[in-house]
Design a protein around this ligand. Sequence first.
Ligand SMILES: NC(=O)c1ccc[n+]([C@@H]2O[C@H](COP(=O)([O-])OP(=O)(O)OC[C@H]3O[C@@H](n4cnc5c(N)ncnc54)[C@H](O)[C@@H]3O)[C@@H](O)[C@H]2O)c1
Length: 297
Amino acid sequence: MQDLKGAVAVVTGAGSGIGYALARGAQARGAKLVISDIREDALADAKAKLADGGEVLAMRGDVADAGDIEALASAAVDRFGKVNLLFNNAGVFASGVAWKTSLEEYEWVINVNQKSVIHGIRAFVPRMIAQGDPCHVTTISSGAGITVNPGFATYSMTKHAVLALTEALYLDLTAQGVGNIGVTVVMPGVIQSKIMFPEKTGPDAIQDELKSRLANPALGALEAFMRQAVDTGLPADALADLVYGAIARGDLYVLPNFTDDASQATAQGIGLGRARGENAYPRVMQALFSQLQQAPQ
Ligand SMILES: NC(=O)c1ccc[n+]([C@@H]2O[C@H](COP(=O)([O-])OP(=O)(O)OC[C@H]3O[C@@H](n4cnc5c(N)ncnc54)[C@H](O)[C@@H]3O)[C@@H](O)[C@H]2O)c1
């Protein structure tokens, strides 16, 4: 999809980070905006900042709730008559030990990261098919959608699922002869955002669990390393430019942080290991632990 002038773009999780940058990028390219977030205050701030750039409909919603996503799709069409771009962006990260993480926390991350994409596809794709004009669905998986780190049980599991579901969408659209909808899955490594603060949207019932995770030495070291990496990572606006380039070309994948040799070796080691039935993780873990030891505490 090359020309976004007059198109209607829907962005979930638009109150911060990547979602806000994607919304700004769509607007800069001439699209009308429908932005959503679970946090009213962040959504209101985003709407205020985007207000001068064009038409913006802001609607509070929880991506884990199928009803909220259906209402978002319906409101977008009511207001603008159509919807062309869906950014299934909202997501959460919190490290945890696989057997210590509560069922409530597992369910929270599954619902927000994974089921949200199911809800988005089910609510928006039928409308896009009925419209018949150029449309595009973008999902945000992660580098953790192709690799796994210790402490990443909830995150990697759900981001692997987002990658597989997006590939399934692409394949089904092709096999069913739907020619007007492009598909892109974004797999960022580290992008400047507020992703490292899950307390801001975590359910009340797991706030203590979220806070206590950093007291675990392995998780604390990992998160300290990640916070520093996110703070100095690729700016979200630069990622948005890469995403709009991919949408224009019809690329299925955007892999922004995997261009350096070490990241390539990790991703290829894990991918090839899976394909060959060889465990690449001892080598990957050794590299990770040596990075953690060098990280500022
Ligand atoms: N920042 C990175 O390094 C990075 C790397 C890989 C993938 N990602 C993915 O990028 C996406 C955007 O994250 P970000 O880095 O901009 O983080 P962020 O925390 O800055 O922004 C996420 C936004 O989503 C909103 N949100 C959270 N739960 C929600 C829910 N249930 N319903 C609606 N909105 C909700 C938050 O309020 C927030 O405004 C996520 O899917 C994340 O997993 C980020």
